[in-house]
Ligand binder design. Sequence first.
Ligand code: ZN
Length: 152
Amino acid sequence: MALPDDLRELYQQVILDHSRSPRNQGQLSADSCVHIHSDNPSCGDEIDLYICFNDDGSICDIKFEGQGCAISQASTSMMTEKVKGISREELTQLIQDLQQTVLGQGEIRNPEALGELQLFESVQKFPQRIKCALLGWRGLESALSKNSLSRS
Ligand code: ZN
């Protein structure tokens, strides 16, 4: 996958902006919320995710607190803006497409849903950064399976 240069530039601005002022910062304290802590000791990144689910398994609200490198924080901030309200199937597909983008493996099924997250393809060239880019997404995956368990 090769992004046109003008898109690449625009997406880079988006990532920079998210790393400087992360969105959806904070905690959710309702009983129904799932809290997941993830860390990446090799870089010093930490993410605390708070996620509230609807009855159908879609995400009703998501917030996070974190510290660490720009890639880990921007990737998580951008994630919180993409995942609210979409169906469980779309969510699973988005996670898979994002992982394949970062790892440079497999076919991206829905690039439109990824949008500016496609720029994380550049992380492929920096293997030590892959964990940073995926940290929040791994936390999201844990939250999804925790939510599935609690509903079954
Ligand atoms: Zn990092």
